[in-house]
Design a protein around this ligand. Structure first.
Ligand SMILES: Cc1cc2nc3c(=O)[nH]c(=O)nc-3n(C[C@H](O)[C@H](O)[C@H](O)COP(=O)(O)OP(=O)(O)OC[C@H]3O[C@@H](n4cnc5c(N)ncnc54)[C@H](O)[C@@H]3O)c2cc1C
Length: 343
């Protein structure tokens, strides 16, 4: 069994499949984390992702995905940060967000400006807040390494190479070599380079995202979110994100995008205006209905696990288990059917 792509989805899938028995090879030229999974903020955030991006219809799926994390994380050795998350803003903004969350059954705890600062003293004074213990976080870079290690312990073979072609029984690598593979699982993120094998990849569109890391900003408390951005207090400095640049798939750091992130965060964390930082870029994969493509391709013996948009880390155990059930048990779930857009 060959998995093309070693991001969060491919790496989680490799562990799940290898533990179930089959011989698994994970191929990716960027096994160093130079992909969307490696740069991500690592939020496992069903509530605030529903509020700011996915909408109420996604909440239960995202909650279900988060609920798979504690057992999965413990089984591979990933640490989960369950400090929670807080959204901050003007009183009017908080009134509106609180009303929406309350209507969806995800109310959280409303905080006055004094209570907001008590939770996160580094947040500028005068902002209202709303805290939820439902949204968690992990360290994406180290989580990816941990998944590779867990895969290795389960017998996964890793190859730092691109997959180029496939027919049942045999896959062709970009080096010209061929390897045995009864099934190919495509977990290549926003890339469409295997579209000749799986036409469903044609429905993917890229969303480029810039994200900043400021090692000198050693913050504590929950992840803080606001209109257009977030600040995660990570152990090795604050993570500040992120842009959504629709239709772009290049990896170039653009000073204008970097400045937009700093401008949005400065009213919450003024120190971002002067703190040293590094900027990184990742490309998310989107679909027409913003839900992933998970399941068999129209091409025999080919499966897909792509299109996780802003929630690849959150969805990783759910997608890995769904593909595992399908590939090994023949139990195909219709909810993320890769063929749902036809054509
Ligand atoms: C700035 C930013 C912040 C984010 N923050 C969060 C967050 O807080 N929480 C969250 O859940 N999600 C977040 N995301 C989204 C998340 O990163 C993605 O949804 C997730 O990483 C997708 O994982 P993936 O495995 O599908 O793809 P990727 O991580 O992109 O991995 C795909 C891999 O496939 C490889 N590949 C491509 N073609 C081939 C081939 N032919 N053969 C072999 N390998 C190939 C690539 O080299 C790459 O390593 C963020 C994304 C960005 C950009």
């Amino acid at each position: 069994m060959l998995i093309a792509g070693g991001g969060a989805l491919g790496a989680a899938l490799a562990v799940v499949l290898a533990r179930a028995g089959p011989r698994v090879t994970l191929a990716d030229p960027a096994l160093t984390g130079a992909n969307a999974s490696g740069v991500a903020a690592g939020m496992l955030a069903p509530v605030f992702e529903s509020l700011f991006d996915a909408g109420p219809e996604a909440l239960e799926t995202l909650r279900g995905a988060r609920d798979l994390w504690p057992i999965f994380a413990a089984s591979v050795g990933i640490d989960l940060d369950r400090t929670g998350a807080m959204v901050v803003g003007s009183e009017g903004e908080l009134d509106e967000w609180e009303a929406r969350l309350r209507a969806w059954g995800a109310a959280g705890t409303r905080l006055s400006p004094i209570q907001t600062q008590a939770r996160s003293p580094w947040v500028v004074g005068g902002l209202d807040g709303l805290y939820t213990d439902e949204d968690w976080r992990l360290d994406a870079k180290s989580a990816l390494r941990t998944l590779y290690d867990a895969g290795e312990r389960a017998g996964v073979r890793r190859l730092a190479v691109c997959v180029e072609g496939f027919e049942p029984g045999c896959a062709r690598l970009v080096t010209g070599e061929t390897i045995d593979a009864d099934i190919l699982i495509i977990a290549t993120g926003a890339s469409r380079n295997l579209i000749d094998i799986a036409p469903e990849l044609g429905t993917l569109t890229p969303i480029k995202g810039h994200i900043l890391r400021a090692p000198s900003l050693l913050l504590t408390g929950p992840t803080v979110r606001f209109e257009g951005g977030y600040i995660c207090p990570a152990g090795d400095g604050a993570i500040i994100g992120a842009t959504m640049e629709f239709g772009r798939d290049d990896a170039v750091v653009d000073p204008g995008s970097v400045q937009r992130i700093r401008n949005l965060a400065a009213p919450v964390l003024p120190a971002i205006a002067t703190a040293p930082f590094t900027a990184a870029v990742g490309v998310r994969a989107d679909t027409p209905d913003h839900r992933p493509l998970v399941g068999p391709s129209a091409t025999p013996s080919v499966w897909l696990a792509v299109g996780a948009r802003r929630n690849g880390w959150l969805l990783a155990p759910m997608i890995a288990q769904a593909v595992g059930r399908g590939v090994i048990g023949g139990d195909v779930e219709a909810v993320f059917d890769p063929g749902r857009f036809g054509g």
